[in-house]
Design a protein around this ligand. Structure first.
Ligand SMILES: Cc1cc2nc3c(=O)[nH]c(=O)nc-3n(C[C@H](O)[C@H](O)[C@H](O)COP(=O)(O)OP(=O)(O)OC[C@H]3O[C@@H](n4cnc5c(N)ncnc54)[C@H](O)[C@@H]3O)c2cc1C
Length: 447
């Protein structure tokens, strides 16, 4: 393989991080190639499923975004830089063809903090492809990178699944996390991983990440770190997207397979708590849990994508869900007896709570007493993993000592430098843009 191919920069991965990196590089150098593993119709990785980005602005100062990020877990070493650069993301998006729409109403209330791009992630991906193509970026589909070749600290090129080799002066790795690789997840989660569903694309199996680790890349982020939410257990194994998320939780009681409650369903406002429920369900026997509600609250949240089980009494509902009717009935009776009167208000932390119940339900606690009753089984739905390569402020991939000279990373593959355990809705797209730009520009400047 020639040490320098025809390309100035090769970008691996065609989600928002890869596309932004390719465009940013093309502003500086003429020969940019983007390798997308998926077929053209399925291009765009997890970015296809996105709708909004969380960025600092006049209405949402960087310090407030920083505090919000700190509130969901200890931020990584590059988190502050990401927050500071985030204000530049929406103008960059606009200048590269993205159009905007009013914030979508729903259960996450993100109007002030998040910008919604018109048409969601698919439109975003299509827009960036149009922009990149007009600028002369070349794209190859069904181009799965299986290996990277090195000469000391310099990457001499990439190897594709068909055995072909491509050389370049610099590489940007933007191939996502490893959430679609159940064998890899099993290393940290054991057999529980068999019950995880992957909300995003099946292409993100961490192949490039594993190659970088094998060549001595340093890691960032926790092995078990990931973003996950509770989704309908009937969702497909891959690519179910946003529609399978269950937003009934704060207005329901959540039981495990033994028919017992295990966590405060009304702990906090849903935007601050929705992302812990994937992990909550992952911690239960069989990685399954059940959300049960009654008719009087069924208009309080986005309806589930699949029809819920429905019955005229709690015991019959338990039977339909495959749960033990006496156990569920006992749990619901104890819960109903513990509910204290209050003024129900789904829009704020209201005063409807339980007393003397363990675990408590701190808000929106109403008795389950109005038939018909509804229930849905839930599984952990993984959005993306955090364990990735460690990078410096120019997105250069670091080794235990030193760094690769011409390998950069952007997006989910390096999100562990920013996120540790928690997540803020909309920050994934921000990470992809901030670091896609940094990586693309740094790669273009590489000699
Ligand atoms: C259902 C869902 C909804 C989401 N909603 C939002 C939201 O509204 N806002 C938000 O900020 N974040 C959201 N996220 C998270 C968000 O998708 C990501 O953080 C961000 O889009 C990731 O961008 P990326 O470019 O790093 O990865 P991806 O968009 O996943 O792109 C990775 C790319 O790499 C390619 N690839 C993988 N392996 C290889 C290989 N070996 N060779 C070549 N190519 C390869 C894939 O095909 C893909 O094109 C959501 C995620 C999901 C799953």
């Amino acid at each position: 393989m020639s040490s320098v191919g025809p390309w100035d920069v090769v970008v691996i991965g065609g989600g928002n991080a890869g596309l932004v990196a390719a465009i940013a590089a093309r502003h500086r150098v003429p020969r940019v190639l983007l390798l997308e593993r998926a077929a053209r119709v399925m291009r765009g990785g997890n970015t296809r499923h996105t709708r909004n980005a969380r960025c600092a602005s006049a209405e949402y100062p960087a310090d407030e975004l920083w505090e919000d990020l700190r509130g969901v877990g200890p931020p990584g070493p590059l988190a502050r830089l990401t927050v500071e650069r985030s204000a530049g993301v929406p103008p960059w998006m606009t200048s590269h063809g993205v159009r905007w729409q009013p914030a979508l109403a729903g259960t996450l209330h993100l109007g002030r903090t998040n910008r919604f791009f018109l048409g969601g992630g698919k439109a975003l991906v299509n827009t960036y492809h149009r922009t990149a193509s007009a600028m002369g970026v070349e794209v190859r589909y069904e181009a799965c990178v299986t290996d990277l070749r090195f000469d000391g600290e310099r990457c001499t090129g990439v190897v594709l699944a068909d055995g072909s080799r491509i050389g370049a002066r610099a590489m940007v790795c933007a191939s996502g996390g490893f959430e679609a690789n159940l064998d890899w997840l099993r290393k940290y989660w054991g057999n529980a991983a068999d019950n995880f569903l992957v909300r995003g694309c099946r292409e993100n199996d961490g192949q490039v990440l594993a190659v970088l680790f094998a060549h001595g890349a340093a890691s960032a982020g926790a092995e078990r770190g990931f973003h996950s939410v509770a989704i309908d257990a009937r969702a497909p194994r891959f690519d179910g997207g946003i529609a399978t998320r269950l937003d009934s939780i704060p207005f329901s009681v959540v039981l495990n397979s033994a028919g017992q409650r295990f966590y405060d369903e009304g702990e906090d406002l849903w935007p601050k708590r929705y992302a812990i429920w994937g992990r909550n369900v992952a911690g239960q026997p069989g990685q399954i849990a059940y959300s049960l509600w009654d008719t009087k609250v069924s208009e309080c949240f986005l309806p589930p994508m699949f029809r819920p089980a429905m019955a005229g009494d709690v015991r019959s509902l338990a039977g339909l869900l495959g749960l033990d009717p006496p156990a569920v009935s006992a749990t619901v009776s104890a819960y109903n007896a513990a509910v204290r009167p209050g003024t129900f208000d789904p829009s704020r932390l209201d005063d409807c709570s339980t007393a003397g119940l363990d675990p408590p339900k701190s808000h929106w606690a109403l008795p389950l007493d109005t038939p018909p009753y509804f229930g849905v089984a839930m599984r952990p739905g993984i959005t993306f993993t955090y364990l990735g390569v460690r990078v410096d402020e120019s997105a250069r991939v670091l080794r235990a000592e030193g760094a690769f000279r011409n390998v950069f990373a952007a997006g989910e593959i390096m999100s562990g430098n920013i996120l540790s355990s928690g997540y803020l809705a909309g920050f994934g797209v921000t990470i992809g843009h901030v670091w896609g730009r940094i990586a693309g520009e740094a790669a273009a400047a590489c000699d």
